[in-house]
Each structure stands twice: as structure tokens, then as C-alpha cells.
Design a binder for this molecule. Sequence first.
Ligand code: ING
Length: 261
Amino acid sequence: MPRYVTVAAAQLGPVQREHSRADVVERLIHLLRDAHSLGAELVVFPELALTTFFPRWYMTDQAEIDLWFEREMPGPETKPLFDEAARLCVGFVLGYAELTEDGHHYNSAVLVDRDGRIAHRYRKVHLPGHDEHEPWRAFQHLEKRYFEPGPEGFTVTRAFGGIVGMLICNDRRWPESYRSLGLQGVELVCIGYNTPVHNPPAPDHDRLGDFHNHLVMQSGAYQNGTWVVGVAKAGDEEGVPMIGGSCIIAPTGEKIGRAHV
Ligand code: ING
């Protein structure tokens, strides 16, 4: 008996340093309403969707760093998104920087069911880049400095009539990420990402950015017989161009839908 769920990949434009959480939540609600008007039952937003990709900057003051993190989910500034989604009976995936009550910092994503309840939380395992300031680099990538690896590993949950898992950005480049979910019977993998066009450690790979982005997600889908939805925060963020290429990939590995920027 086939089971259906209509999923939207909500590619987000750049979020600049001065954009408040309220500014961004207003944009997310617009995208959610658009998706709902097209029949979507689940909307996937990118990694760190509420702020600019702050790990591009070297910071030393923990109070300044913590300003980029959410202490509650939903909190006062994100509750309007949860309320509107529940009103429209649409679920969503939201990537954000999580600061737990006991002081742990994670690059996280939540899967929110159609009633507004958090059905699952995933904390990014593969933290790319470096943890010290490397001034000679054109751009920094300091996720290892600001986040801890997710302690729960790769997990799935039953939701939207099937088995759903999440990955975050750099996770998508490693086969074990998909395989771990595949061995748990995953049928839909939701992946948000922030990927700079220029990757300073391997500048000769820049021309392959879009190819590698789709190669890894299509392979992961095909090799584990699962749907994969990859969603970018794209465009020029604080002078750093980020790739788009959001897409919906079938278990055959075919891209059945993709953003054209
Ligand atoms: N970002 C990048 C990612 O897509 C990166 C890091 C950029 C790796 C370019 C390789 C090439 O994996 C995040 N946030 O993980």
C-alpha cells in the first residue's frame, strides 16, 4: 500500500549579521505559507536557519558567541513559526544553534510534527573546519571551535507515516551518515546546509562544489534506498558566497526537483 507525504525544500536566501531572529522567522513563515499553498505537509529549512553562518568568524568572548545560540526551542522569537505551522497543520525541519541548560553547544535540527510538537532532534556529528584562528585563510570555518559533536549519533524517528532521519551539512559528505540511518530503515533523510562556494583548504575543488553537493546526496539516497531532501541557505552572506542547489532526490538517486540557483 503506497504511503504519501508532500515535502517542500525551502531554500533560504542569505541571513546577514544584522538580521534579527524576528526578521528571519517572518521570512520562514512566508516560505512555510507558500509551501502550504502548494500542498506541502512537511517543509525543510536549512542548517543554522535563524542566523548568519557565524562560524565564519573568529570570536573569543563566550558571551558574544552565545548570542548566536537558542536556549529554548521554541523560544519567544521562534514560537510564531511553530504556531503558524500548527495552524496550517504543516510540519517542518529547522536547523539552529542549540545551547542546552547544562551548557552544551550543538549545531542542531528539530523535526516538528504537524501539530507543532517536536518529534525528533538531531545534533550534527561531522563538524568541519578548524578550531583555531588561521588568519592566512580567505575565510574561516570554525565549527569545531563553537560546537560539540552530537552525542546521540545518527538516529531516526517514526513521523509523517514513515521513518525519518536528519543530517546536517558536512554529515552529507560521509557515507556512514546515510548508512547509519539506512540500517535503521530510514525512508526520508532531511539535510540542511550552508556551503561556501570557496573552500579555502581545497580551492581546486571550488569548481566541483555543485557536483559534489549532488553527488553525495544522490549516492546516499540510492545506496540506502531512501528519499533525500537537501536544503541550502544560499547567496552572499556577509561577503561570502554560498551555494544553492536544494533538491529532492528519489531512492533511485534521481533528482526529481531542484532549485535553479
Ligand atoms: N559546510 C561545508 C559543507 O558543505 C565545506 C563545509 C564547504 C566542506 C565546502 C567542503 C567544501 O560540508 C558545513 N557547514 O558543514
